[in-house]
Design a protein around this ligand. Structure first.
Ligand code: CA2
Length: 147
């Protein structure tokens, strides 16, 4: 049985398309690149990673609920659910786990509807606009929080 701590990496809707469309906004890296980067960064800090991406709100909520049992914290890019989902927020709160929110783009430089996040005020750290590097920073921040 492994004794190392695990983090849950959550990527929301449409992030499975990373690297295939809109490279000017989201870059050329793929979701697999993101997951590899987080796994490598977490490993340096002695953490394991479980990664989930879904286009379905309920699937993400179920994965967050499961994290209560065996994860120490959550790195999440909720995609567009950032701006719409009280249900996702409630699920994150219910875990009582530290949350780090990350966005590839600088949402504050985009449309007004992207300026509000249902997650930011319950997150320990929020990272925006750093592209895929933001996931590395987010992972390091979660590792720091977990001590
Ligand atoms: O900047 C981010 O990381 C976002 O969470 C990305 C979401 C967007 O709705 C948020 O406002 C900000 C959209 C993800 C869509 O990802 C795509 C990737 C490649 C091609 C098309 C969409």
């Amino acid at each position: 049985m492994s004794t190392s701590k695990r983090l849950l990496l959550v990527n929301g809707p449409n992030l499975n398309l990373l690297g295939t469309r809109e490279p000017d906004v989201y870059g050329h890296d793929t979701l697999a690149d993101v997951e590899d980067l987080v796994a490598g960064t977490a490993s340096e800090a002695g953490l394991e990673v479980r990664a989930v991406q879904s286009n379905h709100e309920g699937v993400l909520i179920d994965a967050i609920h499961e994290a209560r049992n065996d994860c120490a914290g959550i790195v999440i890019n909720p995609g567009a659910f950032t701006h719409t989902s009280i249900a996702l927020r409630d699920a994150l709160l219910a875990t009582e786990l530290p949350v780090v929110e990350v966005h590839l783009s600088n949402v504050h430089r985009r449309e007004a509807f992207r300026h509000h996040s249902y997650v930011s005020d319950i997150a320990e750290v929020v990272v925006v606009g750093a592209g895929i590097d933001g996931y590395e920073f987010a992972t390091r921040q979660l590792a720091r929080i977990l001590g």
